[in-house]
Structures are given as C-alpha cells and as structure tokens.
Design a protein around this ligand. Structure first.
Ligand code: C5P
Length: 227
C-alpha cells in the first residue's frame, strides 16, 4: 500500500511548508483542483525541486466529451505527473478515447477512474445515479478496466468487491481515510488504515488528518508504520 498526501491547504506557501515537513518520507502527493488552478505547473516543479522522488497524483477528475477529455489528457502528459484521473461516469467511450490518445507515448502515468465520490451518502448517490453505490462502483470499475485504465478511485468499502471482479493488478485508491478515527469532516464513508489494508487497497489518500495536525511528519510516520 502507498500513502498519498492531499495538498489541500489554502495557499501555495502553506502547501510548500507541509511538503518540506514530510520530504523525508516515501509518499505520493495529491494536487487537486484548487491547488492546480491557483498554482499550476510551477507548483508541480516546486514539488520536484524539494524532492525529485516525490510522485505526483494530479487529481483533476476530468469529465467532458471524449475528445475534450483526450485533449486534456494529452496536455497532462506534458506535466510529468505520475498519476491522473477521470470520471468513470463520463462513459466508457470517453475513457477509451483517453487511453487511445495516450498510446503514442512511450510511457504514461497511471490513469484512474473516479467511481463514487466518497462524500456521497447512499441516498444522495441514489438521487443522481439511480443505483446503489456498490452496484454502480462495480460497474464503473468494469467499464474502466475494459477501457484500459489502471484502476479506480473508490471508498475503502468498495475496494474488496471491485478487486473481486477485476484483474489482479487493477488498482484501488481510496480517499475518505481517517487513519486513527479522526473527525470525518464532509466525508460520509470513512475508514481507518487497518481497514483499507485489509481490503487490499493500493493507495490511501489522507488530507486533513495530516495537514491539520500539529506534527504532520509524525502522523505520516505513524500511518506508514501501519503498512
Ligand atoms: O481531507 P481528506 O482526507 O478528506 O481529503 C480527501 C481528499 O481526497 C480531498 O482532496 C478530496 O478532494 C479527495 N477525494 C475524495 N473523494 C473522492 C476523490 C477525491 O475525497 N472520491
């Protein structure tokens, strides 16, 4: 299992201070919408300057018509990130179009599909997708695999059933992790590290429990010790 730290602090400077504090650890860094919109490619370079071994997950959750998603994915190739994601609900054809566009590159980042956002409660999800989270997450995972993606973003509660219906190296990445039972915030479906490990999750994403802590490096160490 790998730990991915969400860089969701309000300013670039605060994110850089956080990265400095955890730079000795073997972790992935997740750059989300706010940070990327505000700080852009320069910020990605700044991360690699602090430690070139940091792996970067660009969490932009692409969702558009197939050609526009593929255009965006091709632009992402120029950023040198190690992982990015798209929404599975954009459809199988959109995911296939993205993967076909990346075929011309010698190597490419890991590409994941978002199934159900971990902030969804079951009834809220039902109102949008007219399906249970579990059922839809399984279907999205199959679509993503058929389209040639490497894995999905899901909650730790869906990881096991997705692993059961996909190939052995199909990956799951799970946000909504509260490593030691911390406050859930707006997340509706949260799990701890031990649960994620037991469900064969490949990547856990942890944001607030790390960056809101007095000692982020210590929280990172404690999480890694559980792996
Ligand atoms: O602070 P917290 O640990 O809840 O942060 C979770 C991170 O994972 C946030 O950056 C959020 O945008 C992201 N995320 C999520 N649920 C998804 C996909 C991404 O919470 N399904």
């Amino acid at each position: 299992m790998e730990l991915c730290v969400a860089l969701d602090l309000p300013t670039k400077e605060e994110n850089l201070v956080l990265i400095e504090k955890i730079k000795a650890h073997d972790v992935w860094l997740k750059v989300g919408l706010r940070t990327y919109i505000r700080d852009g490619e320069e910020f990605l370079k700044a991360i690699k300057e602090i430690n070139p071994d940091f792996k970067i997950f660009l969490d932009l959750k692409l969702y558009d018509i197939p050609n526009t998603m593929a255009d965006a994915a091709e632009s992402i190739m120029g950023l040198g990130v190690d992982m990015f994601n798209v929404h599975a609900s954009a459809g199988k054809r959109a995911m296939e179009t993205v993967m076909q566009r990346l075929e011309k590159f010698e190597s490419r980042p890991i590409v994941l599909a978002v199934t159900a956002l971990t902030s969804f409660a079951e009834d809220e999800f039902q109102a949008v997708y007219e399906s249970s989270i579990q059922q839809k997450a399984n279907q999205f995972a199959k679509d993503a695999q058929d389209a040639g993606l490497d894995g999905v973003v899901c909650s730790a509660f869906e990881s096991r059933s997705i692993k059961n219906i996909t190939d052995v190296n199909f990956m799951t990445l799970t946000p909504g992790i509260r490593p030691f039972g911390e406050d859930a915030g707006d997340q509706k479906r949260v799990a701890d590290v031990a649960f994620a490990k037991n469900e064969s999750v490949d990547f856990i994403v942890v944001g607030r429990p790390i960056y809101q802590s007095q000692n982020p490096a210590e929280v990172v160490s404690k999480i890694l010790a559980q792996f």
